[in-house]
Design a protein around this ligand. Sequence first.
Ligand SMILES: O=C[C@H](O)[C@H](O)[C@H](O)COP(=O)(O)O
Length: 266
Amino acid sequence: MAIPYPHFIASEKAAMEAGLLSPSSSQPSLILTQDDLKKIAAYKAVEYVESGMVLGLGTGSTAKHAVARIGELIQQGKLKNIIGIPTSKMTHEQALSVGIPLSDLDSYPVVDLAIDGADEVDPYLNLVKGRGGSLLREKMVEGACKKFVVIVDESKLVNHIGGSGLAVPVEVIQFCWKFTASKLQNLFEESGCEAKLRTFGEKKEPFVTDNKNYIIDLYFKKSIGDLKVASDAILNLAGVVEHGMFLDMATTVIIAGELGLTVKNK
Ligand SMILES: O=C[C@H](O)[C@H](O)[C@H](O)COP(=O)(O)O
């Protein structure tokens, strides 16, 4: 998606650092792709990183820009003594490849700062995450951090969680997943919920998470209602491991969009 983007306002510094704008251009006039916006938000978030921090490293097409940037700053000697806690096997691989020293929550139960993308952000900074399948490790790491900075392009903004009609993911154990899926669907019958096993490829194989579980995606035709009530009801079902609603967890959301960067704090 190319967004015509003639007026670059708040994010000029981030765009320069992201290599999208030359310092000499007096009249910035850019055509930015959605990926450029993700990169700009990610580079802005990395400004929150300080030497000596234990960092939660998010997963996805937005978070990967932050991981790359952190690696770059370590290589340049601008960030020192960083410990990264990856939220997926994919991020683990990327972080190693860019030279970020890694550890885990067993060794570092308190994380200073986590940076991650999101699939949906509501006006209260509640999130949907996990459309890439990494919600469980993300929730563990981001639940352990002092500051959680979320990075999105403006397409992720919604009025109500689940209101986009797109998936609210739930990680379930493989054992009798159809039973769990039907329990989940029944919980939200009044919201017109449809529960579908996530599959991939032409053969429609079940998608298996890093934790060897399945994902049931919930699609809502009407409002989910009270999010805390919905969260408790989902977590109360045996067979459910975790869901992708991240309620009251984000401390900052950085949104890159047509009018530049917006930073929302809790
Ligand atoms: O499971 C995936 C994660 O929750 C991602 O952070 C989320 O899906 C957003 O990903 P992206 O930045 O690729 O849109």
